[in-house]
Design a protein around this ligand. Structure first.
Ligand SMILES: [Fe+2]
Length: 160
């Protein structure tokens, strides 16, 4: 008796690693900002890092609850050079857009395979993306106003 197809459970395993990759990207961005002395802005990404680890655990739990032992695909190295805050903001927003698309594809697959439990969890995960969009668009909007690091330092100081 299987509660989820091999194809769908494999796709969820890749989503676990997608979320773990998000976590890596955000921890890396926290490090980049700390390297510029922007410890308060770095905290935004430290929080994102924890949230992404929590998301990866939710996909993991979905599989183990259905009796699957998940495999954990490799995640790529994160070592991008950033020259300004706009690139950091764009990376944040783009990653959330890609994540929404990826979960949306899982939801479609669950519907195709008539797996309502997985479908419902995907809807719950998609609902979390509204908050992620709020945080990433807000960050990106502010970043676009700031062309110099000293301006970013004022933003950082305002967050104390
Ligand atoms: Fe996530």
């Amino acid at each position: 008796m299987t509660l989820v197809s091999k194809g769908l459970s494999d796709a969820i395993c890749f989503q676990i690693s997608h979320e773990q990759h998000n976590a890596k990207i955000y921890l890396y961005l926290a490090g980049v900002l700390k390297g510029k002395g922007m410890d308060n802005l770095a905290k935004i990404f430290e929080k994102q890092w924890l949230e992404e680890l929590d998301h990866s655990k939710k996909f993991f739990d979905l599989l183990t609850d259905m009796g699957i032992v998940p495999f954990l695909p490799e995640t790529p190295e994160v070592n991008t050079r950033f020259t300004n805050i706009v690139e950091i903001g764009r990376t944040f927003l783009e990653r959330e857009i890609v994540t929404t698309q990826s979960i949306g594809a899982l939801k479609r697959l669950a519907i195709e395979e008539d797996n309502p439990v997985v479908e419902q969890v995907m809807r719950q995960m998609l609902a979390l993306q509204q908050q992620e969009y709020e945080e990433s668009t807000s960050f990106f909007d502010k970043a676009q106003l700031l062309t110099e690091w000293w301006q970013v330092a004022l933003w950082d100081a305002s967050l104390k």
